[in-house]
Ligand binder design. Structure first.
Ligand SMILES: [Zn+2]
Length: 483
């Protein structure tokens, strides 16, 4: 699953670097819409949360449990009854937290896992009857959505949770075979609240014939919600169902955090980023832009995330570009790749950071083209992805920037050390692209790039300057506070 990147080993990193393709479900924010734990007469419900880390570095995770009224839900995972649990998931390892028996009655709620890198996760619900494990069903994490669709019959189990610090309103509709529509039935939840019900509780007319349930936010996108459904039959057997979140729209806030921490984790692991992590600010203004400021802050505007909404790789390029500006800013405007143009230099960082984090190197083309289309004017387009340094001649057309990144990729793949990496990257990411794309180095020095040997010594200088740069202490990014 990992691709060697020996050129960067030679140029920049103390150890071999790899591209890191991720499992499709891995995320830094994992939401479980249902938790059930506690005793009842003759039995017990047990919840187990499993987190899997496929990254080559440890990931810290905080698990927060919420009850139906939105307050903390105390569960004993081995350290006593608590609503907040911290775990460290080792590199290429996993951790399982299974609730311990307590005398408490059955309570239900939901869980939010906030991790420093992408994790896979699952929540298992085990039914114990008379001291014997009778049944178990496993649920995947879900992201907030504004619509959710599920198979339904009258016994379907439905969980809905409110991940927002405000009242949530969701409407439920039941579509029965023959075209009858029942509803809406309004679900109102307090901040961080939760509810679980069977379809027949809200739709008494429902029967056991196949039907479809639709949950829809009353006021999208403010009413983003979490949902999960569990198939059940009258005999008491239950089973899992596929996730039914409707996209687009998607949860951009979660997506930006996932891409950001994935790029950051990779950059830090391979020694490109040292010291404190830049703050991430997600901005809801109506701008299509991103920025890096003072060596300590990266801003992503919601308009840009929406424009690149179908491609995490394009967003990864933008994050990598801004992270490149952060490196420039922290090292006194040092440009490793392109001495005379900070934007070209940041573009190269963007391509490299995206690649080493396992994203598509071609995404720069998609990101820049979409910006060209959305802004509709070359004059405006050149203002995108500004850094805050006073750099003369920093702005060129998007075509030129794409050309520059293409040429750099070509150089990377044409060197003896880069070729094996590029070939393996292509074998995994683009097996059907012709071998000629883009594998020839031509005219890079004429375009103002450093020679590879010179870039290597500049990279060493960058590392030295970053190591000696004064680090400003800052708190780790608080995702909750920005929500
Ligand atoms: Zn820039």
């Amino acid at each position: 699953m990992q691709v060697r990147l020996p050129l960067l080993f030679l140029l920049l990193a103390p150890g071999a670097a790899y591209a890191q393709p991720q499992p499709a479900s891995a995320h830094v924010n994992l939401y479980f819409a249902q938790i059930a734990e506690g005793q009842f007469d003759g039995g017990r419900w047990q919840t187990a949360l499993t987190l899997v880390n496929s990254n080559p570095y440890d990931v810290a995770a905080t698990i927060r449990l919420y009850g139906s009224d939105g307050s903390g839900l105390n569960v004993d995972f081995g350290a006593g009854l608590q609503s907040r649990h911290s775990v460290r998931v080792p590199a290429n390892g996993s951790v399982t937290l299974a609730s311990k028996p307590s005398s408490l009655p059955v309570r239900s709620g939901w869980a939010f896992v906030d991790a420093s890198g992408p994790l896979m996760g699952s929540a298992s619900f085990r039914l114990w009857l008379g001291g014997r494990a009778a049944q178990e069903v496993t649920a995947p994490p879900t992201l907030p959505v504004v619509e959710y669709v599920s198979y339904a019959n009258r016994d379907l189990g439905v969980a809905v949770a409110n991940p927002n610090n405000r009242t949530l309103r969701v409407q439920a509709y039941l579509y029965r075979s023959g075209g009858t529509e029942l509803g809406p039935s309004l679900i109102t939840l307090p901040p961080y609240g939760h509810t679980a019900f069977n379809v027949k509780d809200r739709f008494p007319q429902a029967d056991l014939s196949d039907s479809m349930l639709l949950l829809t936010a009353a006021d999208p996108p403010a009413d983003e919600f979490l949902a999960w459904t569990m198939n059940a039959d009258p005999g008491g057997t239950f089973s899992s169902l596929p996730p039914g979140g409707v996209t687009p729209p998607i949860s951009h806030w979660d997506r930006i955090w996932n891409v950001y921490l994935r790029v950051l984790g990779s950059a830090r692991h391979y020694g490109f980023l040292t010291g404190s992590s830049p703050r991430l600010l997600i901005r809801y203004d109506r701008q299509v832009n991103a920025y890096a400021k003072g060596g300590s802050e990266i801003g992503i505007y919601m308009g840009l995330s929406e424009l690149l909404g179908d491609s995490d790789s394009e967003l990864a390029f933008v994050v990598g570009h801004e992270l490149g500006h952060i490196l420039q800013q922290r090292a006194g405007d040092l440009r490793v790749w392109h001495p005379s143009n900070a934007e070209f230099d940041a573009d190269i960082w963007g391509v490299l950071f995206a690649m080493t984090a396992g994203y598509d190197a071609y995404a720069i083309a998609g990101a820049l083209s979409k910006l060209a289309m959305a802004t509709g004017s070359a004059g405006l387009m050149t203002q995108m992805f500004e850094d805050s340094l006073p750099v003369p001649d920093a702005h060129r057309s998007f075509n030129t920037r794409m050309d520059v990144a293409y040429d750099f990729l070509t150089l990377l793949c044409a060197t003896d050390v880069g070729r094996p990496f590029c070939q393996e990257y292509k074998r995994i990411m683009h097996p059907h692209l012709p071998d000629s794309a883009p594998l020839q180095a031509d005219g890079l020095e004429r375009l103002g790039f450093r020679k590879p040997s010179e870039a290597a010594s500049m990279a060493a200088a960058l590392r030295a300057r970053l190591a000696s740069a004064e680090e400003t202490e800052q708190a780790p990014p608080d995702k909750q506070a920005q929500q």
